[in-house]
Design a protein around this ligand. Sequence first.
Ligand code: AMP
Ligand code: ZN
Length: 112
Amino acid sequence: MSDCLFCKIVAGEIPATVVHENATTLAFRDINPHAPVHVLVIPKEHVEDSAALAEAGLANDVLLAAAAVAAKEGISESGYRVTFNTGEDAGRTVFHAHAHVLGGTGLSLRLG
Ligand code: AMP
Ligand code: ZN
């Protein structure tokens, strides 16, 4: 999608600090981190949300990439959170499916 921020990152039109990449996914640091490790994992193909990600058969790739990011960032053992926001109440701002990988500190259990 030509007007999608994350598609532009995939295309190299907008810079990002890439931490992991393979044929179907790209992972880069969140520009406004909420934890010492805050990486976004996206499918290279534009799909809108987590349900569309699953329907496209890409959810597995994104979750495996999230685990690879955790390993690279050294938080596999200490623990991390993988989050998908959907819709306004979840504070969704970018409509290209993405998993937030958060860790590197004790994370609050607060859900809202
Ligand atoms: P969400 O609220 O789930 O839609 O998350 C969108 C995330 O994208 C937010 O955490 C933003 O900080 C992050 N973000 C927005 N623009 C960029 C960018 N150019 N590079 C990296 N992360 C970004
Ligand atoms: Zn997109």
